[in-house]
Design a protein around this ligand. Structure first.
Ligand code: SAM
Ligand code: SF4
Length: 525
């Protein structure tokens, strides 16, 4: 993070983020931008002048959450607080948000974030003008004292309507020097944004705009900068990270995704590189070869299948069939390293028959995933599948979701058992004080909670977590759960100087027991 406040240092903001890792990282950039503009970040809406929600509209539930949040805090408008809606709901609903939540002053899609500084200036100017107008009206209204306050507020509302919604055709990614990364050891880099695949159920192409990649050169420069700042793990992000296409015209510097992956893995100081999400259509053997060749690339591929039925995959416009998907799985399984495979599944897509659903269940068995993120199909605005017939009732979607979860749980029990007795390296992520266990993450992205004989250890800052990190879900029910949300369970808080492994360090742990979603072990001394 960089940037010295240069203006308006009293202004405060509160930002809440919903959705995927892309949104989490966008928020880090928005926070950096606001800090640079002289705002100070606060922990509660009550303390804030400006309240921002970075939103997700991938499923209806996620979208509704935002409107509930806005309704909950509407009353704070009377205190002069301003509200802004950023991200996918902002892009999808646009100016309709002002009708549904008239206390909102700023609506900005992710493709317009680079204009945020200008929009903040407009917001502040609008606020000043509104306050001036309200004061003038109050004076003039001495005769009708009762009406004065209402008309002043109405004038203020109608003045501040700022939108950033026009840039979905942009060729640029939001690159900024001002990123305020929240984790000091592991950081994200978005290498490709937007999506042109137009799966029939998905809002992303409409909310994040057309696909655009950063140059490998700029990605590598950021990776080196992060390594210099002490980051040891980098996660490369994109809606479809492996659809990456280096836009540089310089053929000597141009890299494929697999080459970029390898190059980031070779940056001195970087010990782990992850990447998500991979689209099966663009998943080449060269990615597996890169993982085999470069030890810092993690042993994990997240490859969403969505359905095991070719008929449903066609209706979803997924651009691959069951056999092609399984071919990619075979490449991954043929690797020299033991690569963990995880996936996303949608149940209850319109027209999904019991036979189609059975094919998905069989696919779970055939592949043997280490985690499945399962979702009930949620009809979304603008998407082609909205007009498909044969909608599946919600109870049936819920039943299918439960069946998927139960089947996957059995698979994971067997798969996680295999690691008992093995010694694996973890990155230490925190400390669970009530359980007296450190929380680690393996290269395969598994949670490994472990004990360590302290006393003779190195005196270090120990961190505690507010989560009950006993068996964090690697599969999820209900509305589904994304990887970022799972990781988001762990909140690190410094708990003083104690003996034990340092958060952010790497250590070897012997696995002594397994749960369906996590491993348990003892640190090796
Ligand atoms: N680009 C990735 C891919 O193609 O696999 C997926 C990115 S999407 C943001 C994350 C996941 O949300 C998808 O894999 C899918 O399982 C789920 N999803 C997207 N749209 C959905 C919808 N309308 N209903 C339910 N789940 C949905
Ligand atoms: Fe959505 Fe499909 Fe693009 Fe993934 S590939 S972001 S599911 S449209």
């Amino acid at each position: 993070m960089s940037g010295v406040p240069h203006r308006n240092s009293q202004k405060t903001f509160y930002l809440e983020t919903f959705g995927c890792q892309m949104n989490v990282h966008d928020s880090e950039k928005v926070i950096g931008t606001l800090l640079h503009e002289g705002y100070r970040q606060v922990e509660t809406v009550e303390e804030a002048d400006l309240i921002l929600y970075n939103t997700c509209s991938i499923r209806d539930k996620a979208e509704q959450k935002v409107f509930h949040r806005l309704a909950d805090y509407k009353k704070l408008q009377a205190q002069g607080k301003k509200f802004g809606v950023l991200g996918c709901v902002a892009q999808q609903e646009g100016e309709k948000i002002f009708e549904r939540a008239p206390h909102v002053s700023l609506v900005c899609g992710s493709a317009s974030y680079r204009k945020l500084p200008e929009m903040l200036v407009q917001l502040e100017a609008g606020q000043l003008e509104a306050e001036r107008l309200a004061a003038a009206q109050r004076e003039a209204e001495i005769l009708e004292a009762g009406k004065a306050r209402d008309s002043g507020l109405a004038a203020r509302d109608s003045l501040i309507r700022i939108t950033g919604l026009d840039d979905r055709q942009t060729d640029e990614c939001f690159e900024t020097e001002l990123t305020a990364r929240t984790n000091p050891y592991r950081g994200y880099i978005i290498i490709i944004d937007g999506c042109d695949k137009f799966c029939s159920y998905c809002v992303v192409p409409y909310t994040r705009g057309k696909v655009r990649s950063r140059t490998a050169e700029s990605v590598l420069a950021e990776a080196r900068q992060m390594a210099d700042l002490g980051y040891s793990e980098i996660q490369l992000l994109g809606q479809n990270v492996n659809s990456y296409k280096d836009p540089t015209g310089d053929l000597r510097k141009k890299k494929t995704f697999a080459e970029l992956l390898a190059a980031v893995g070779e940056v001195p100081g970087i010990r782990r590189v992850r990447f998500t999400t991979s689209h099966p259509r663009d998943f080449g053997r060269d990615i597996v070869e890169a993982i085999d060749a470069v030890p810092t690339l993690c042993d994990h591929v997240h490859l969403p299948v969505q359905s095991g039925s070719t008929r449903v995959l066609d209706a979803m416009q997924r651009l691959y069939n069951r056999e092609q998907y399984l071919e990619r799985i075979a490449w991954i399984k043929a690797a020299k390293r033991d690569i963990s495979i995880t996936t996303d599944v949608i149940v209850g897509f319109p027209g999904e028959t019991e036979a189609d659903f059975e094919e998905t269940l069989r696919l779970l068995e055939d592949v043997g995933y280490d985690a499945v993120f399962a979702f009930k199909y949620s009809p979304r605005p603008n998407t082609p599948s909205l007009s498909l017939e044969d909608a599946i009732p919600d109870e049936e979607k819920a039943r299918r979701l439960e069946v998927v979860m139960a089947r996957q749980r059995e698979i994971q029990i067997q798969r996680y058992k295999k690691y008992v007795g093995a010694t694996v390296e973890v990155m230490v992520e925190g400390y669970n004080a009530p359980r007296e266990q450190w929380i680690g993450r393996t290269s395969q992205n598994k949670t490994l909670n472990f004990t360590a004989a302290v006393g003779e250890g190195v005196a270090d800052g120990r961190s505690s977590t507010t989560s009950k990190a006993t068996d964090k879900p690697a599969l999820s029910a209900g509305s589904g759960q994304a990887l970022s949300e799972v990781e988001g369970c762990v909140r690190l808080t410094q708990a003083g100087s104690e003996c034990g492994p340092k958060v952010g360090s790497y250590t070897s742990v012997r696995v002594t027991a397994s749960f369906p979603n996590s491993l348990v072990g003892e640190m090796m001394v």
